[in-house]
Ligand binder design. Structure first.
Ligand SMILES: [Zn+2]
Length: 409
């Protein structure tokens, strides 16, 4: 076989958006503490629908759809930690009370509004939020929102007399992604790690800022999306392309895709980034939002430095073959500019066949989850191959990591 017949035909990044957005990694910017707060008019120091306004003696009451406990084991600890990881960095602790109720899964005719109405009715009064799976569309995997009634005050402010907040994770059984991305839905931290943790242990894990997850199993980690959505409940806005909920007075227009509020679910941070922490601290420091909590967090609440490794993740997720092509799905996340050399190893031995194209990240690091590349084979080629992939530093071609696919195809 002539080597020139083998070349890389297509590469396509597949990313899954958090909240109401799907984004690409093309506008990746370095984190420069470009946090942002919600532009919502109702984010004021007396708006009870935001977590930032909980007073030191108050609890946070969650009405949880009980099917979530079965689908996402450990979900209650995750909810408590997703709330309190934000509290941690401003020296607060929110007591979370979770009551599970036999709520029904959404149907194909449900909307987010109809579902939240029926959940509120079933939960009864006194809850700060209802949490369940919801009928989300497009690339959205999580959403939170609140409806409220208010009394207009003479000074132009709003006295919020009641509110209903919902927080939904996408119900993939009712609304699968229609783009062939083969998302398999959700996985809880407990299910993925095989380890049962209390809420405090999850919080400790998050504050250690040591766990980074990649969706090798094609499932989104519920904890990461809950942390993002509860970030909104605190009062923070989205930091990804296309989002329009940031207050121009309290954020820059720059994206911080690596942050929790930037959210990119094939790379799942089980911690808050510096940018997220800067954002919640800035909100706490805004006039009127400190609510008798300690003025500034103690040194114990300062973030542990992040360890930056050159390679965060490099994996051949999958290799398939049809009559003409070998389709390789791979994920690569680096913190240095890099390149990938791919070659085919024939089953009967002999020389490795390097592919003619080279995947390069350019001047920036690789941030690609579940990218596919297609290698065209000739009709006559009945050889079975393994795929070998070598990740190298762009600067000096030092090998960072070398991989081989499992089987000959
Ligand atoms: Zn969001």
């Amino acid at each position: 076989m002539a080597m020139s017949k083998i070349g890389i035909i297509v590469t396509l990044g597949i990313l899954i958006g958090l909240s109401s957005c799907r984004h690409t990694s093309e506008d990746e910017t370095e984190s420069k503490l470009q946090w942002g707060h919600l532009a919502e008019d109702s984010l004021a120091p007396e708006s009870p629908q935001f977590l930032i306004n909980k007073k030191p003696s108050e609890t946070y009451r969650v009405c949880l759809a009980d099917y979530l406990k079965a689908e996402l084991p450990g979900i209650e600890g995750e909810i408590s930690a997703a709330i309190n990881i934000w509290a941690h960095y401003i020296g607060r602790k929110i007591p979370v009370i979770i009551e599970a109720r036999p709520l029904s899964r959404s149907t194909v005719t449900d909307t987010v509004e109809s579902l939240s109405d029926s959940y509120f009715k079933a939960c009864g009064s006194g809850f700060d939020v209802v949490v369940g799976f919801g009928p989300l569309d497009g690339g959205t995997v999580g959403v939170t929102g609140a409806s409220y009634s208010f009394r207009a005050l003479p000074n132009g402010k709003r006295d919020i007399v009641s509110f209903k907040r919902f927080l939904f994770l996408r119900d993939f059984a009712v609304r699968p992604f229609g783009d062939g991305s083969e998302n398999k839905g959700w996985v809880s931290l407990q299910a993925r790690s095989g380890k049962v943790r209390t809420a405090q242990e999850i919080l400790d894990l998050m504050t250690s800022r040591s766990m980074l997850q990649f969706s090798s199993d094609r499932r989104s980690l519920s904890l990461s999306v809950l942390t993002h959505e509860f970030g909104h409940v605190w009062g923070l806005c989205d930091q990804y392309e296309g989002a329009a909920n940031c207050d121009s007075k309290n954020s820059t227009s720059h994206l911080v895709l690596d942050s929790v509020m930037g959210g990119e679910s094939s790379r799942q941070t089980v911690y808050l980034t510096d940018d997220d922490i800067q954002g919640i601290r800035a909100l706490n420091a805004r006039e009127g939002f400190s609510h008798n909590w300690p003025q500034s967090p103690s040194s114990a609440q300062n973030p542990v430095p992040l360890t930056i490794s050159e390679v965060e993740h490099f994996e051949i997720n999958n290799v398939t073959r049809d009559s003409k092509n070998l389709v390789i799905t791979y994920s690569v996340f680096t913190n240095v500019p890099a390149k990938i050399r791919i070659s085919l190893m024939p089953q009967q031995g002999g020389r490795e066949i390097p592919l003619t194209g080279l995947l390069e990240s350019g001047d920036v690091p690789f941030k690609q989850g579940w990218s596919r590349l297609s290698v065209a084979l000739t009709d006559q080629d009945k050889t079975k191959y393994k795929v070998k992939a070598v990740l190298q530093k762009a600067k000096d071609s030092t090998t960072l990591k070398s991989l081989q696919s499992a089987d000959f195809l």
